[in-house]
Design a protein around this ligand. Sequence first.
Ligand code: ADP
Ligand code: MG
Ligand code: ZN
Length: 625
Amino acid sequence: MPIKEQPKPPRSRIIGNILLLVSGLFLLANIVLPIFFGPQIPQVPYSLFIHQVQEGEVSRVSVGQEQIRYQLKPEAEQPNQVLATTPIFDLELPKLLEAKGVEFAAAPPAKNGWFTSLLGWVIPPLIFVAIWQFFINRGAGGQQGVLSIGKSRAKVYVEGDANKVTFADVAGVEEAKLELVEIVDFLKEPKRFTQIGARIPKGVLLVGPPGTGKTLLAKAVAGEAGVPFFSISGSEFVELFVGVGSSRVRDLFEQAKKQAPCIIFIDELDAIGKSRASGGFYGGNDEREQTLNQLLTEMDGFAAGDKTVIVLAATNRPESLDPALLRPGRFDRQVLVDRPDLSGRLAILEIHAKEVRLGKDVDLKAIATRTPGFAGADLANLVNEAALLAARNQRQDVSQADFAEAIERVVAGLEKKSRVLNEKEKKIVAYHEVGHALVGAVIPGSNKVEKISIVPRGMAALGYTLQLPTEDRFLLSETELRGQIATMLGGRSAEEVVFGSITTGASNDLQRATDLAERMVTTYGMSKVLGPLAYQQGQQNMFLGGEAPNPRRMVSAQTAEAIDKEVKAIVEEAHQHALDILNQNRDLLESISTKLLETEVIEGPELHDLLAQVKPVPSPTMAQV
Ligand code: ADP
Ligand code: MG
Ligand code: ZN
């Protein structure tokens, strides 16, 4: 752990300090002296002033920007006395004064004294010197600047905040909550832990995908702990100038230690905690490295003594963090804040549904079932979308249909009624979507087809087939993956079967199918030829769902060729399977497509009945075995 020795103050810094002193003297001369030698007017609180006005004791008022001076009436307790008060922003004041018949006027702005004009000449060069000094100090390591740029910008939460968050506002992340409740307990009664010699973790890292409630959990800790809570985002440490971040870290910890016991929360830790090894070769990132070093030093620093400062941090990119941060004694406790499961989603929906008026038909359980993979933030957004829809349609409460539409919006994007297709295109899109639906209907383990629509939606889709899961899945078998690929190719296959030609509409389907096939071969080891080896580089970001494959590991030309062959074989097979299913069910393909062209949307029980008639066809792979 390189701890930088404090360098001797450079000459520029001494000059800077002298200039600072000089300007301080000017300020003193300009502001402080007049107070001592100017006329002495007693200062009273604003409330007293208002009271005196209301009592009718005030005769004249002169309202200035920094001061209100007023004179009492001769018949008041202290006749003709002149008093002053500091104004607050109060638009009602003139009305009040007028109502009470008080004579009032605005005070003329103070005349610029020669000091002020002199200051106008002195301060700009001072600022210039200060900035210049910063450039001189680049790389000198966290000098406290002349300006307060090196001060931490942490927000301090205090107890008794009106809209404070508690653990009751967070759901679906029970393990993380347990862990944090323990920390709150420790801060409230440390004796219980220290008596038996237990040491509370110094740093707790909340790790999880975006929107799962990490920031919310930290706020809940702040709300529950009853100790000062310093909150800052990692990116707030990072500035243009080298050395600012590290001095902000130092300042933050200094402030925190003064207020111990307390909690420091660093959100988006990865902004400063990126692995130093991955800095890249164009000069690395000096600033981030110094900030990180300072953080490490500070976390080691407050080990001694009984000052309790607990550092909470959150990140959604744990794999990019510097290993030094994760060492015992620093963020030794890592708490996974994962996407919620079914019961978690239900609990989160219940929390957010409290804020909207629900109709009688709303079944939150059903909504939770249809939203696997949704994080807490998605669910909060979903409830809001549904409420917006209800409001737009002038309804009094939110219905189940609003939720269904909201889910569709989140999954497929907004409807685009303005995108008008011509008859030919519409026909192609209809067959394409029905193709997806027919294949999806008979594929084992595939999600249930809920809706087919040829109303354009979202960024690219001309039509879409909405498949919603019926349960949470954590593992998928090879057969299911092959089935998914076949479903993705169902659209294009339908175009081939019906029109004998293909359009550009299937490019996204092909992309996803190929990606999935590649992952089967290179990540999941599902190819007999290539065996159970990982052909991809490094760790995947565990939270991005791993949609696209990582770059390949260095492989020999033969292996690369073999991979390509296997990927192609998988996709081709799935394609053949889709074609077989569609040829087998050609009549159904025609009748459903014709119907879809008339109605534009088919969904619900009607669709289920139609799709129940699809005859399954064994896949080519199964036939081989
Ligand atoms: P993160 O910091 O993990 O990216 P946030 O804590 O900022 O996510 O979550 C954003 C919003 O989503 C929260 O303010 C809250 O309204 C909602 N939310 C997220 N997770 C949960 C949860 N577990 N329980 C309740 N609400 C949640
Ligand atoms: Mg966050
Ligand atoms: Zn498609």
